[in-house]
Design a protein around this ligand. Structure first.
Ligand SMILES: Cc1cc2nc3c(=O)[nH]c(=O)nc-3n(C[C@H](O)[C@H](O)[C@H](O)COP(=O)(O)OP(=O)(O)OC[C@H]3O[C@@H](n4cnc5c(N)ncnc54)[C@H](O)[C@@H]3O)c2cc1C
Length: 516
């Protein structure tokens, strides 16, 4: 029977990254993917000739990972051009945020934006090195652990006394307070808070990690600006795939793992391989899971192999998704009132209150009467996404609960779909007549289609109690787990989700350290 040093479960971007680092270090690696490579970032045809990826833009993909895995040599073509962010207004008086500043607001907001961005960039730089580092283990006083704490302390100190104080105060502020402190224009406040909220179960008034999430997104090469690589998101996944193959990673797709094999002897227990859905057993020295923590532990390992306290902590992880995806195949370019071009990222969220009210509905198991959303048209940037002259609209719809009161019936989905089309029609009159086909993926659909427990953007909520050295739980935050031989490398681990690559990179480093 063939035996591998490592089996990676899941071929999303983190699984591919982890596999490639391990193979580059001379390890034998088998990657097993239940669906298609890319996971939430895979591109698929949702209607004949029309393609889309669930994740629709890059804002913080790690440049270090890109260089170390030679992604450019494997065809990765990141873009230098940021997508303009447009806060849509019904009267056509939009707020536009570009690399050069903000338009459509008063002079004082324009000046404040320059200062605000400088401040956030200084703070983001403090945190940036720590996204690609293993977090210290709580209670471990070893030198590397202490050094990581020391480096963070030093970086903070180097900010200077005033900024250090501001960093400590601002990092956990509700986004609303940060916006109110800096700006007057309501639409601008809503648009700028969006990047701290998208993908989370938090709204502008939520105290916790919205500003930290914003700083996490700003760790990318262009300070968190959203971009599309040439050839769309599939360009990144294709390059990661080629890099993995060139490094010698063996890849199986279209076959899911049903169990992680746990062997027990007098020394204790150890992960020693996987069982595929067709019953095939494959043995390995280590199993590395990029799938969400709940599936990894509760389904693939099984509670009977876990200590009860740990099982309870995994059970309690908040991992119910709040973002739905709307995909429209259009027979032409929609016309948004007051916009010459719709090649940017357009946000429908008129005020921070509108975001908060949509969140309030979701908290109690409803979707909102007035949803908030982020829209892009990927086919403007990549003609391969739609037939000539036709287009694809991709929208992240926020605050759509995974557990809808009454369940996700066809009728509930139709009601939400029509509500979204009615809303879009207010900003882009006539768009409904341009629709050839529409698809709405609720968090429940994302769970089923992408084998993602809860359908959460970050696999599990990225909030203070579930981040850094507590991600996903404090026993499993260094990529190793309570089961020897079993490691984590997906978005449910530090630093979290989004197309960033940190978990895959950090997990590989830890695994290689453990086998030295
Ligand atoms: C609606 C939505 C929109 C998003 N938009 C963006 C965006 O625009 N930009 C951005 O940066 N991020 C976005 N994200 C977040 C981002 O897509 C994810 O955080 C990221 O893709 C997670 O990558 P991953 O490799 O850790 O996991 P995944 O991409 O989830 O990959 C895990 C893989 O494991 C496979 N798998 C699961 N179970 C098994 C099994 N039992 N056996 C074998 N294989 C299995 C799955 O099929 C999947 O391919 C979005 C997320 C959502 C939900």
């Amino acid at each position: 029977m063939q035996r591998f040093d490592n089996i990676i479960i899941g071929g999303g971007h983190n699984g591919l990254i982890c596999a490639t680092y391990l193979a580059n270090a001379g390890q034998t690696v088998l990657l097993v993917e239940g669906g298609e490579l890319g996971g939430l970032a895979s591109t698929r045809e949702f209607h004949p000739g029309f393609k889309v990826s669930v994740a629709h833009s890059l804002s913080h993909f790690s440049e270090d990972v890109s260089k170390q895995l030679s992604l450019a040599q494997h065809g990765f073509k990141p873009s230098d051009v940021s997508l303009t962010t447009v806060g849509l207004s019904l009267d056509g008086k939009h707020v536009v945020v570009t690399d050069n500043g903000v338009e459509g607001v008063g002079e004082s907001d324009q000046d404040s934006y320059t200062e605000y961005l400088k401040m956030l960039n200084r703070f983001a730089k403090v945190l940036k090195p720590f996204w690609l580092k293993t977090m210290p283990r709580i209670g471990d006083n070893s030198l590397p652990n202490m050094m990581t704490f020391g480096q963070l302390g030093l970086k903070l100190r180097l900010l200077g006394k005033k900024d250090m104080g501001e960093f400590m105060r601002v990092a956990t502020l509700p986004a609303r307070d940060l916006m109110d402190e800096n700006f007057d224009n309501e639409l601008l406040k809503a648009v700028l808070s969006w990047d701290g909220l998208i993908g989370s179960k938090m709204a502008p008034r939520s105290p916790n990690a919205t500003v930290l999430n914003m700083l996490y997104r700003m760790s990318g090469g262009k300070d968190g600006a959203h971009t599309l690589p040439q050839g769309g998101i599939s360009n990144l996944i294709d390059a990661l795939h080629k890099s993995a193959l060139a490094s010698g990673v063996e890849i199986k797709t279209g076959v899911a793992v049903s169990k992680i094999v746990i062997e027990k002897d007098s020394h204790g227990q150890r992960a020693s391989g996987i069982v595929l859905q067709d019953g095939t057993v494959i043995k390995s020295s280590r199993v590395v899971s990029s799938v969400d923590p709940k599936q990894t532990f509760l389904e693939l390992v099984g509670a009977r192999n876990l200590e009860i306290g740990f099982t309870n902590r995994i059970n309690r992880l908040r991992s119910d998704g709040y973002v739905a995806k709307l995909h429209l195949a259009l027979d032409g370019l929609p016309s948004f009132t007051g916009l010459d071009t719709c090649d940017g990222r357009m946000i429908i969220a008129p005020t921070m209150d509108s975001i908060e009210f949509a969140f309030d509905d979701a908290k109690y198991g409803d979707f909102s009467q007035s949803p908030v959303m982020e829209i892009i048209l990927p086919s403007i940037h990549d003609s391969a996404m739609a037939p000539s002259g036709q287009h694809v609209l991709s929208a992240h719809v926020m605050y759509v609960p995974h557990a809808l009161k009454g369940g996700w019936t066809e009728q509930a989905k139709d009601t939400l779909y029509q509500r979204l089309i009615d809303l879009l029609s207010k900003y882009a009159p006539g768009i409904e007549q341009q629709i050839i086909h529409g698809e709405l993926l609720t968090p429940d659909d994302l769970e089923k289609s992408y084998r993602l427990n809860g359908g959460h953007w970050h696999h599990t909520e990225l909030s203070m109690d579930q981040m850094l050295m507590m991600r996903p739980t404090y026993e499993a935050a260094q990529y190793s787990t309570p089961i020897p031989g079993l490691f984590l490398c997906g978005a449910g681990s530090h630093p979290g989700g989004g197309l960033m690559g940190g978990p895959g990179h950090n997990a590989a480093k830890e695994i290689l350290r453990s086998v030295k």
